[in-house]
Design a protein around this ligand. Structure first.
Ligand SMILES: Cc1cc2nc3c(=O)[nH]c(=O)nc-3n(C[C@H](O)[C@H](O)[C@H](O)COP(=O)(O)OP(=O)(O)OC[C@H]3O[C@@H](n4cnc5c(N)ncnc54)[C@H](O)[C@@H]3O)c2cc1C
Length: 337
């Protein structure tokens, strides 16, 4: 948090958020909870949720919040985020309404950040275009996938990106894919950068063959992961460079099915923590996660790193400390799914 953000009292902040939302013409909502906005369905109240509907609006809101020193974070579908049960005193810029439609032009497709990644995979397959069928079944938005360089079974979104549209200084700026470093579940975008959309370059192929490959990646996912459960995918990274699978280690400790409150180590995939019931809390998932880390530390001498992003709330004037410092917990993520 910058010095200027620290001195912003809540009343001033609220007035600024209202003014900015009115000026740009976007909804600004109070009283929303992370439990409604993330796939784990847990997490506390958010001071403000701002809902742009176009890429231009999103760029303008981000620019204006930066200029006013109001801390914010961007959320896609919330499928890689565990937000704690505290109150979160920053603005959440949700990109889910910035979706438009997928616009195909020959082998290229342009799509906004809020568009669903699974839907895009289906659209591309219907157009007879190959390149993202391996990503079919990764939940979330295109923006979240770009930020994380989402991937599965050897495919990554970064491999097919021709350019990304990002918000800079309140404007929409086109960044060529070649200027972006696409690493394993990590990109060279700076913390606090807002991605608005992308143009992907795909390759024409036989529609039936694409459909068969999509089916195959779906089948592998269904076999190895819990489906229909509230999760955030793999909770921990695999220990880098070790060749070890975190899921297998947790399984070998006999922790599959272990419960803490409304959280459970998935009986299907031990690196998935799932939540159940309306009383489930982020604290349940965190307690279980910390217990797993403690046992792996004790029994294997390995320090597990979180794969999901932990978003901390807290005292209204202190909790903004890491707002706009995105991606911390998920950096260098190493998904095994
Ligand atoms: C059942 C299940 C299976 C999964 N399997 C996989 C898998 O196989 N491979 C894989 O890679 N992931 C997997 N995931 C994790 C998750 O689906 C991906 O990381 C996904 O790309 C996150 O997209 P999202 O829109 O939900 O992002 P969120 O969870 O909302 O956000 C994740 C991060 O991206 C940032 N972000 C989101 N949108 C933007 C934007 N427009 N601009 C800038 N930053 C943004 C957020 O600030 C945050 O830092 C799985 C999750 C689940 C629940």
């Amino acid at each position: 948090m910058t010095e200027a953000q620290k001195t912003l009292d809540r009343e001033t902040r609220d007035r600024l958020v209202e003014e900015i939302a009115a000026r740009v013409g976007v909804r600004a909502e109070r009283g929303r909870r992370f439990a409604e906005l993330t796939s784990l369905r847990v997490g506390g109240e958010i001071d403000w949720v701002v809902v742009p509907e176009t890429e231009e609006q999103a760029a303008r809101v981000a620019g204006a919040l930066d200029e006013a020193n109001v801390p914010w974070r961007v959320l896609g579908a919330g499928s890689n985020v565990l937000a704690d049960d505290e109150r979160h005193g920053y603005v959440v810029l949700t990109m889910r309404e910035v979706k438009g439609g997928a616009r195909f032009d020959g082998e290229k497709v342009s799509v906004s950040a809020g568009y669903s990644l699974p839907r895009l995979c289906v659209d591309a397959a219907r157009q007879g275009l190959s390149g993202i069928e391996g990503l079919n079944g990764i939940p979330g938005t295109v923006g979240g996938a770009l930020w994380m360089n989402a991937g599965a079974f050897g495919h990554e979104i970064g491999n097919v990106v021709e350019s990304v549209r990002a918000a800079r200084g309140g404007e929409v700026v086109e960044v060529p894919g070649t200027q972006i470093k696409w690493d394993y579940r990590h990109t060279s975008f700076r913390d606090g950068e807002l991605l608005l959309g992308a143009t992907l370059r795909l390759v024409a192929d036989d529609a039936e063959k694409i459909a068969a490959r999509m089916e195959e990646s779906k089948r592998r996912r269904m076999e190895t992961q819990p489906h229909g459960s509230r999760s955030a995918g793999c909770f921990f990274k695999n220990p880098p460079g070790s060749g070890l699978s975190t899921g297998r280690m947790i399984d070998e400790m006999g922790m599959k099915g272990e419960r803490r409150g409304g959280a459970q180590v998935s009986p299907v995939h031990a690196n998935f923590i799932v939540t159940e019931g309306k009383d489930a809390r982020a604290a349940d998932a965190l307690a279980l996660a910390e217990e797993i880390r403690e046992r792996i530390r004790r029994e294997r001498g390995i320090e597990l790193e979180y794969e999901v992003e932990l978003w901390r709330g807290g005292a209204p004037d202190a909790e903004t400390a890491d707002a706009t410092q995105k991606g911390g917990a998920a950096d260098e993520a190493a998904k095994e799914d």
